[in-house]
Design a protein around this ligand. Structure first.
Ligand code: ZN
Length: 394
């Protein structure tokens, strides 16, 4: 028969467990955050955006304010060079003006914010397929890229200015009816001549696994951009500040994380040319394993390890260890356990929400617990391939 005292102890034990395993679900922050790597700063960027200087619907200063709200480090306003539907009202004879207007405003706003924004001069070379739409950023003079009768000349001029050149939305259904990104001879030529350096794997609301495949096979830098024409808040359903929970993922624009030696234009450009990027969009992290693995290992911090103090254990000291994993980033993580350990309250699949702490209890069976190994099911390193991480337990 169970005695009153034992019942009391059991109640205490269950109450303890409820508080132990309750995960704090917090929405991601409006200002996105991802930690730095050991050797690189993690800079948040969006290098494909539009304004009224082509077919966008806002003045460039709005793009600057959106970027500051989102906690970005660098942006480029890449209006269509050759497509100027508002030219009657915005004549735009100087294609550098969108950059100058944004830069002047940013110089002023940077005096009032903690995180300084960098503006990079860029434009979108706008052609039918092939080659389709091509972005060129880090331009000296955008006007020199205007060659309306020759698809190649604008790209060659961008390269003459040492611009970073990337292929936009390669699977865009308006230019590829099946939505599948694939290379034409024109693209192969650009890649062979080193005139094309990157490719969008995420554009606006869309992810292209085929574009990722092209990026990896041809060593093009992996890019993700908003290609925003209207407002970031409306298109990506960014939650209001007073909204308690984020119900509408994505809830944020796609960003390219650039792993740069320092926060300046030169280092960003160098990192882009060396392919040091990863994309965050809609619960996905996409990038080469050499950057994605260390990034995720920095995002997930093991805070404390305790022996579960089970007062009812009859066979001695508990070998069940309680571990708190804190996700300091704005991405969720879907983890699959790869170690031999089993967990008390989870199966092999664990979700760790953005900006939250998750406590797991590990049955160690008396083995030493030095690391936890997981496959990150939303950490995409190639089509249908996911990065594996190891979290060191101290
Ligand atoms: Zn565009």
């Amino acid at each position: 028969m169970i005695k009153i005292k034992e019942v009391f102890l059991l109640i205490i034990f269950f109450l303890f467990n409820i508080t132990l395993y309750a995960q704090t679900k917090k929405k991601y922050e409006r200002k996105l955050f991802f930690p730095d790597l050991d050797n690189y700063k993690t800079l948040l960027t969006d290098f494909h955006q539009h304004t009224v200087f082509s077919d966008g619907l806002v003045w460039p200063t709005i793009r600057v304010e959106e970027a500051v709200k989102d906690g970005l480090d660098a942006i480029s306003l890449t209006d269509h060079l050759e497509y100027q539907p508002f030219s009657k009202d915005v004549p735009n004879p100087d294609r550098n003006r969108v950059y100058i207007v944004a830069k002047d405003f940013t110089d002023r706003i940077n005096k009032t914010v903690d995180k300084k924004l960098i503006i990079i001069n860029g434009q979108e070379i706008t052609r039918s397929m092939p080659p389709g739409h091509i972005n060129a950023i880090f331009l000296d003079d955008a006007n020199k890229l205007l060659h309306p009768d020759d698809s190649l000349k604008g790209i060659e001029e961008a390269n003459k200015q040492n611009a970073f050149v990337f292929w936009n939305h390669p699977g865009w259904p308006a230019q590829r009816s099946d939505g599948i990104a694939k290379l034409d001879d024109f693209h192969r030529y650009l890649i062979d001549k080193n005139l094309l350096h990157g490719i969008e794997v995420v554009n606006e609301l869309y992810y292209s696994e085929e574009a990722l495949d092209i990026a990896l096979k041809h060593n093009l830098t992996i890019m993700g951009t908003s290609d925003i024409h209207g407002l970031i808040d409306w298109l990506f359903k960014v939650p209001d500040d007073n909204e308690s929970e984020n119900k509408n993922l994505p809830g944020h624009r796609p960003i390219t994380m650039v792993f740069a030696k320092s926060k300046d234009k030169k280092s960003i450009k160098e990192a882009l040319f060396e392919g040091r990027t990863a994309v965050f969009y809609n619960e996905m992290l996409i990038g080469k394993e050499e950057y994605l693995k260390p990034l995720i290992e920095k995002c997930l911090v093991i805070n404390n390890v305790n022996n579960l103090n089970l007062s009812y254990s009859e066979d001695g000291e508990s070998s069940i260890k309680k571990i708190e994993i804190e996700n300091i980033s704005d991405a969720p993580f879907f983890l699959k356990n790869l170690s031999d350990f089993t967990f008390e309250t989870n199966s092999d699949i664990i979700t760790i929400y953005p900006n939250s702490k998750h406590t797991i209890a590990v049955r160690t069976k008396g083995n030493s617990l030095n690391e936890l190994k997981f496959e990150v099911l939303n950490g995409i390193i190639a089509p249908k391939k996911y990065t594996k991480i190891s979290l060191i337990v101290k």
